[in-house]
Design a protein around this ligand. Structure first.
Ligand SMILES: Nc1ncnc2c1ncn2[C@@H]1O[C@H](COP(=O)(O)OP(=O)(O)O)[C@@H](O)[C@H]1O
Ligand SMILES: [Mg+2]
Length: 197
């Protein structure tokens, strides 16, 4: 049996911040459909690694490949444009905005001829996505600040799922959640694999 080639391949990644070595000689191959957890103490370099793969930091040395091709991200938006999405523990959601606007934050759908926001379509697509992932919220029009921590994290993961064509990175996505909400987020991550999203 031949294994699919890695979607992400990290070789000999090294990252220093001045005199502080955050990552030393780290290599990892990730294959399509794989769920991989990075475990390490505080300060071990997990967040730094997430930031390297998502274009926030450049490695001091080392090689990053996406589907076999070497890549060098200039910033987070260049990683995003290549299909890499990140979910942070401190959620990057706009509290005052409805769920559907958050789903399309910075990538809003518009309609011709004047380029007005296509709220109907954003609301519909958002509702389909949360239904498909079984993220239970009152509606796509609910305001983020009215949702629980688990529901918010569900929205953040659903958003990443919607936009990521290659890779979703989650940096301690359950750190701020209780036991039941944590279980729900873990279920959601497992269901992404089943649904091949
Ligand atoms: N922007 C930065 N500038 C300087 N040092 C940093 C920076 N980011 C992380 N570090 C250092 O890199 C090391 C790894 O940190 P981090 O990746 O946040 O670890 P983890 O997420 O595993 O807790 C720590 O020693 C931290 O202080
Ligand atoms: Mg961290």
């Amino acid at each position: 049996m031949t294994l699919a080639s890695p979607v992400l391949s990290l070789s000999n990644i090294h990252k220093a911040f001045g005199g502080v070595v955050a990552i030393e000689n780290f290599s990892l191959d990730l294959h399509p459909g794989e769920i991989v957890a990075l475990v390490g103490d505080n300060g071990a370099g997990k967040s730094t690694l997430v930031k390297i793969v998502s274009g926030v930091h450049k490695p001091t040395t080392g090689d990053i490949r996406l589907d076999g091709a070497p890549v060098s991200f200039s910033d987070a938006s260049s990683a995003r444009s290549m299909g890499i999405e990140v979910v942070y523990q401190d959620l990057a959601l706009a509290d005052q905005q409805p769920v559907y606007m958050n789903m399309f934050l910075g990538r809003e759908l518009t309609k011709p001829p004047f380029g007005l926001l296509d709220k109907t379509r954003m609301r519909r697509e958002c509702q389909e996505l949360v239904d498909e992932l079984d993220v239970r919220i009152p509606s796509a029009s609910s305001t983020i600040r009215d949702l629980s921590g688990g529901q918010r994290q569900g929205i953040a993961i659903a958003r990443a799922t919607h936009w990521a064509s290659k890779l979703i990175l989650l940096d301690e996505p359950t750190a701020a959640l209780g036991v039941a909400e944590t279980a729900k987020v873990e279920e959601l991550v497992a269901s992404l694999k089943e649904k091949d999203l």
